[in-house]
Write a new protein. Sequence first.
Length: 250
Amino acid sequence: MNLLFMATLAAHLLALFSSKSHKPYFLLLLTASALQTILCGQILLSDAGWHFSAQNACLVVSWLTNIIILVSRFYLLLTRILTHLIAIGVLLWIYWLPFPSEPKPYVWTLDLHILFSILAYSLLFVSSIVSLNLGIQIHKMKKNVFISQSMNINSLLKNEEKLFRMIVFGWLFLSCALVTGIMFVKGFLSDGMGHKVIFSLAAWVLFALLIVGRLTKGWRGKTAIKLNLLAMTFLMLGFLGSYVVLDYLI
């Protein structure tokens, strides 16, 4: 296990330092993703069930973030850097401060809810990183109007389209996560989890507002970016906050 940790960490570090080179970067990202896939399986899965905690949730989201970046082929430098910095931070957190967790038996209804939740959070998390990157790109374009303007505009428009497709899919998975949680998860609306539902519903409404605004009024730029980041803040408080409270405060 230690060797696997070190290999995964090394792959992310190498990818981080080669983030400006397209071909070497994607090869290293693929390697890091493959190693982290094995690591996730080793840590999360057992004969007794899932080992799910705040640390493991972050590890899975980081892993899926790698996959989404790899499949979507985002060429945004800040997005690449943040992706690997987050992965490195999560790996170090788990390695140096491991938190023991009791396995949760495999139950298809609960597993379905977890699957939808993780997919939603990962897609929307990537969308927030991309939004932040696009916000910086827009700021630079306004200050340097005559520097590679056409190339920057084309890149911006393509990444915006990818971003909104990602938000739509993430919102749909979030909708499924909320529905399956209410239907199948015992104590979903109680047992100290009310704050998770409230924050998640607030995020769901904000993402829905963003999608409607995009389709009907063509929202883009600063308006879309700010709303996306605000919605993601609520989702982080609901999703990650609930695991942190359960693991460290209760």
